[in-house]
Each structure stands twice: as structure tokens, then as C-alpha cells.
Design a protein. Sequence first.
Length: 128
Amino acid sequence: MTRIRRGYIARRRRTKIRLFASSFRGAHSRLTRTITQQKIRALVSSHRDRDRQKRNFRRLWITRINAVIREGGVSYSYSRLIHDLYKKQLLLNRKILAQIAISNKNCLSMISNEIIKEVDCKESTGII
């Protein structure tokens, strides 16, 4: 049999994997099998943590909004604010409300006071 010269495809695939794992420590950046395992693990973790990050940011926004709303001294809570916003059909999401809460607390308290007035007005007149 004649000698077959091996191609470069396998070597190219391995170098591509090594470039992905170049920042890993120890054998995780040197041995091909370990690199492939760590690559799979890293991709799984990044996929999982993207969902976790969305959750964490939503919690942060809710906390910020609630803190500013309760600061006003009025017995008003985050859940009441969101409920009244939906009733009034105001399209302000939690991210925007949290940015308003950080940059301009007075603006958010004015929004909540206006909503309280309008909701109280409707309840007192009997129009719901």
C-alpha cells in the first residue's frame, strides 16, 4: 500500500477549538479532549446565565421602583403602581420606570400621584 499523507483538516479543527479555550487555565487550554469538554460546559453556562441575567435585572428594576415609590410617604406600593398603570393603559415598562426612579425621583412620584388622583376620582364617582 502506498503511504497516505494526512490532510490538515483535523489540525485546523483543533486549532480553532484551542483558540476558543486560550484563556482557560492548565490542561483545559492544552489538551484537546479536555478543551472540547470545557467548551461545551462554557457554552451551556453562558446560555443558562443569559436567562438568569434577565431575571436578575428585572428583580433589580422592581426593587428600585418600589424603593422610590415607598419613599414618598404615601401608603403606595409597587404592586399598586403597576396595577394602576395597566388600568390606565400607560405603556411604561419596568426598565424605563427604574431609569426614571434613578435619574429623577420627583418625576416618578409625580406620575404615581397623578395615577392615584385619577384612580381615586373614578372610585369615588363610581365609574370603574
